[in-house]
Design a binder for this molecule. Sequence first.
Ligand code: FMN
Ligand code: FE2
Ligand code: FE2
Length: 385
Amino acid sequence: MLSSDILELGVMDEDIDLFEGQYVVPEGISYNSYLILDEKTAVMDTVDSRRGGEFMEKAAAALKGRQPDYLVIHHVEPDHAGSLQMFLDAYPGVTLVGNAKTFQMLEQYFSLEGVSRLVVKDQDVLDLGKHHLHFIMAPMVHWPEVMMSYEDTEKILFSADAFGRFGGMETEPAAWDDEARRYYTNIVGKYGPQVQAVLKKAAGLDIACICPLHGPVLTDTIPHVLEKYQLWSTYTPEQDGILIAYASLHGNTEMGADRLADILDRMSGKDIMLADLARVDESEVLSAAFRYPVIVLCASTYNAGMMPAMETFLQHLKAKNLQKRVFGLVENGSWAPSAARCMRAELEKLKDVTLVEPVVTLRGAVKTGDDTALEALARSLLQAM
Ligand SMILES: Cc1cc2nc3c(=O)[nH]c(=O)nc-3n(C[C@H](O)[C@H](O)[C@H](O)COP(=O)(O)O)c2cc1C
Ligand SMILES: [Fe+2]
Ligand SMILES: [Fe+2]
């Protein structure tokens, strides 16, 4: 219960293997929904159909026999609108609230014949009695129809997927950052300018509480989470440190990455994260790329190209629009090393990237003689930070 009039209807999904078909969620994921009880009743979003039955039971218990007047649909993605049909079957008299795009997209999933609808625009207000919902369009955070709403009596921002987190609704405030960062960077990361536009709109609101569609309701930590969103959405590194991401066929490039990590540690004592791209969860490495200002890519040459895991990682950096970073390169090859040339070509597709010299070429095993080049690279990286 958020207040005497606002209740949580969210449900927890602990046994989903991959969220959105690709992200591991060791703590599970919650699909949040809220109920406002007033002269008119409003349900804020449904949940993934995987937990539709449980959600409908919670909704019925909270409504205590009342009919919901409105179902506000902040986001059509099936992890939220997935139980709409179930909801309409139980409450056929409900009015759906969304923007023009919401209804266009809903009709791609459901038949809305005979269903009552209220189409809202940016800054429209829905009067529930004591509570009033002000709609804020948030296009492409991260779907085109996304909107938020601000309830002015209790000062609550219903923020859709923004400020969401993998894991449960009961997360401790101190534990928010890592899984919220992994959620943001992988799911919303590409849309920094759109998030910036919404943050500007939110800056004028007095917000006491943020109710996202995943993870915990946020109250005391609002300045902290707004600051994180400000950094992430402007691709500003969050913390001093270096990500060394490597892809190695037989372990020699990995040894080179380890050696470079030792040298950097000795020279600077800065935070260093080593990631084997073929083995570490890729969403975790992408999240680290948003976190740190410096990224070193180390790859074996593979069929006149680079190891596929590195190729995929670079594609993801581009797809998420990662920018404003310093990069270093280490390659390995036995007869015609070409991984660095290929990695450089991919880096040229990113915005605002500095590639420091020297590019280090290893040939097979890492030898004592390679230290000079690795040390020179380490010095350049630290200077560029
Ligand atoms: C399937 C395969 C393809 C390779 N293609 C190339 C290549 O095109 N050019 C090259 O110089 N080395 C090539 N190599 C050799 C590796 O890049 C080289 O053995 C390197 O030292 C591997 O480093 P690692 O131990 O980190 O995997 C290839 C190796 C394998 C197994
Ligand atoms: Fe979404
Ligand atoms: Fe979502």
